[in-house]
Design a protein around this ligand. Structure first.
Ligand SMILES: Nc1ncnc2c1ncn2[C@@H]1O[C@H](COP(=O)(O)OP(=O)(O)OP(=O)(O)O)[C@@H](O)[C@H]1O
Ligand SMILES: [Mg+2]
Length: 245
């Protein structure tokens, strides 16, 4: 028998126009920074935006937003609290200071549960910060989330890009839309990644410079939004909102 929660998830997401999962084949490439900043940038452009942190092992968006101590409201499910204008949901609300990582089936269970209880309401964009790599969480989200699309993050490193290429191939095989690839932590501008991305027929959404200011701005949204990093993410937000009005 089909899990009745799957139908509930469809209803929970019915008011969300566009779902963008920020993902990469590789860890540490800036997914959480980009997901959070992209959500803030879209929100500042007047859109209704949700941010979902799905990194069960090392959630980070609450640190970037500086919202430790926030709690969701329970009412026929869970209403995500508003953080800096975003409807914000994270696994940290439920697994505070639990050092033991969830494994295998427990990860799927937690994802289904979280997706089934969260009431997003009406949103233009739901941005999802995905855990690193192509794992169960990726496949679960594809299976659970009608209308999901992916934004892939790479760095200029060939090591990173090869894992992203693998992710893009998987998404193509599963017929999951990809909004584009972002190249992060660029120090020496080069068109190598751009031409490879375009070569496989996927939009290259832009390069983000390596910006030492980012570390200082963690937890301080106003400061973050004033960085060159945020400026570059803002250009990507504008590009995306033209692509998906
Ligand atoms: N463009 C940038 N310039 C400078 N530092 C950056 C940039 N992008 C990300 N960082 C820094 O790199 C580190 C990793 O970023 P982040 O946590 O967003 O990566 P991630 O891909 O989400 O990692 P994980 O795979 O562990 O979830 C952070 O300390 C972040 O502040
Ligand atoms: Mg992360």
């Amino acid at each position: 028998m089909a899990d009745p929660r799957l139908e509930v998830i469809g209803r929970r997401l019915a008011g969300v126009k566009k779902i963008i999962a920020v993902s990469s084949g590789k860890g540490g490439v800036g997914k959480s920074m980009i997901a959070t900043t992209l959500a803030l940038a879209l929100s500042r452009r007047g859109y209704r935006v949700g941010l979902l942190d799905l990194d069960f092992t090392s959630p980070a968006t609450h640190v970037i937003l500086g919202v430790e101590g926030l709690q969701p409201e329970e009412e026929k499910g869970i209403i995500p609290p508003v953080a800096h204008g975003l409807r914000y949901m994270s696994i940290v609300f439920y697994a505070v200071d639990e050092p033991a990582p969830l494994r295998g089936a427990a990860v799927s269970e937690a994802i289904i549960e979280l997706m089934a209880i969260t009431r997003w309401g009406e949103l233009d964009y739901l941005v999802i910060d995905m855990p690193p790599g192509i794992g169960d969480a990726t496949l679960d989200m594809i299976r659970l989330t009608p209308g999901i699309s992916f934004l892939a993050v790479t760095t200029p490193s060939r090591v990173a890009f090869e894992t992203v290429r693998k992710l893009l191939r998987l998404l193509r095989e599963l017929e999951v839309p990809v909004v584009g690839v972002v190249e992060n932590m660029v120090m020496n501008p080069s068109s190598r990644v751009r031409s490879q991305v375009e070569g496989i027929g996927i939009p290259y959404l832009g390069a983000i410079v390596f910006d030492p200011e980012v570390e200082e701005a963690l937890g301080d949204v106003e400061r973050l939004m004033g960085t060159r990093f945020a400026e570059a993410v803002g250009r990507i937000a504008s590009e995306l909102s033209q692509q998906i009005p």
